[in-house]
Design a binder for this molecule. Structure first.
Ligand code: COA
Length: 260
C-alpha cells in the first residue's frame, strides 16, 4: 500500500510505522489518521508481524498534536464528530489491537500526539522528549481519550495538573510519573524499542493478544477484568502455542511458537 504521510519498515517480525510530516511536526491531520488506521489494521492482520513500533520522523517531534489548522472553524457538531471518529478509528483501535504496540516518543508528544502514545500498550522516550496536553490553552479539551488515559497512567492529581496548566513535562519527569518506561538518548531510542520488541517476538503471540485484552478489560466500564482473564486463560489451553510452550519446557528446549 502507498502512503503519503507515513512510512512502514518491517524486519524480523517487527513493523516500524513512522509518521512522516516533519515540517508540521508530524501533526495528525485527517489523512494521516486514516493512513495510520489502515497501517495498524494491515500490520495487525499480517501473521508475520509480532510487534508494532510507532514513532515520528525527524529529531524534534513524535507528534505535535491534532492538526489545528483543520478544526479551527469547526461547529459543535463537527467537533464532537472529530473526537468520536478519531477515537474509534485510531486511539481505541490501537489500544485494542492484539499485536503489541510500543510508542517510541522521539520529541514533542503534545495533545493528540501524547494521546496516540498513551493508546499504545507502553511507551519509551528519548531524553529530549516533551509531553503535554495543551488543549485548554486553545479553548478545547483533550478529545482523543486524553482525559481518560492520562489519569489511568499517572494518577488523577498529576493528570489534572497537566491538563489544567497545559504545560509540558520533560522525559525524566515522564519516567518518574510512569508515563514512559525508559528514557535513552535519541540516537538509541529505536534500537531500544527494537530490543524490547525482539524479546516480545519470542513469546506466544496468541497469549500476548489475550493478555492485552484482559488488561484492557479492567479499564472498561461494565466489564469485569477478572472474568475476562479467567475466560482468556482457559482459551489458551486450546491453542497450539500452549501445547508448544509447555512441551518445549518439559523437553528443555526453546519454544518455537506457531502463533495459533
Ligand atoms: N497543528 C498544525 N500545525 C502544527 C502543529 C499542530 N498541532 N504543531 C506544529 N505545527 C506546525 C507549525 O504551524 C509550523 O508550521 P509552519 O512552519 O508552516 O508555520 C511547524 O509545525 C513548526 O512548528 P513551530 O511552532 O514553528 O515550531 P516551534 O519549535 O517554534 O514550536 C511547538 C514547537 C510544538 C511548541 C509548537 O509547534 C506548538 O505549540 N504546537 C502546537 C501544540 C498543540 O497545541 N498541540 C495540541 C493540538 S490540539
Amino acid at each position: 500500500m502507498n502512503y503519503e504521510n507515513i512510512s512502514i519498515e518491517r524486519e524480523n517480525g517487527i513493523a516500524v510505522i513512522t509518521i512522516n510530516r516533519p515540517t508540521k511536526l508530524n501533526a495528525l491531520n485527517k489523512a494521516t489518521i486514516e493512513e495510520l488506521h489502515k497501517a495498524f489494521k494491515s500490520e495487525n492482520e499480517d501473521r508475520s508481524i509480532k510487534v508494532i513500533i510507532i514513532t515520528g520522523s525527524g529529531d524534534k517531534a513524535f507528534v505535535a498534536g491534532a492538526d489545528i489548522s483543520e478544526f479551527a472553524n469547526f461547529s459543535i457538531k463537527e467537533g464532537g464528530r472529530l473526537a468520536a471518529q478519531g477515537q474509534e478509528m485510531l486511539f481505541d483501535f490501537v489500544q485494542n489491537l492484539e499485536t503489541p504496540v510500543i510508542a517510541a516518543v522521539n520529541g514533542f508528544a503534545l495533545g493528540g500526539g501524547l494521546e496516540l502514545a498513551m493508546s499504545a500498550h507502553f511507551r519509551i522516550a528519548s531524553d529530549n522528549a516533551k509531553m503535554g496536553l495543551p488543549e485548554v490553552s486553545l479553548g478545547v479539551i483533550p478529545g482523543y481519550g486524553g482525559t481518560q488515559r492520562l489519569p489511568q497512567l499517572i494518577g488523577k492529581g498529576r493528570a489534572m495538573e497537566m491538563i489544567m496548566t497545559a504545560g509540558m513535562i520533560d522525559a525524566p519527569t515522564a519516567l518518574s510519573y510512569g508515563l514512559v518506561n525508559h528514557v535513552v538518548p535519541q540516537a538509541e531510542l529505536l534500537d531500544l524499542a527494537k530490543n524490547i520488541a525482539t524479546k516480545i517476538t519470542k513469546n506466544s503471540s496468541v497469549a500476548i493478544g489475550k493478555a492485552i485484552q484482559s488488561v484492557n478489560a479492567g479499564f472498561e466500564e461494565g466489564v469485569n477484568g477478572y472474568h475476562t482473564e479467567i475466560r482468556a486463560f482457559g482459551e489458551c489451553f486450546g491453542t497450539e502455542d500452549f501445547k508448544e510452550g509447555t512441551t518445549a519446557f518439559l523437553e528443555k528446549r526453546k519454544a518455537a511458537f506457531p502463533g495459533k
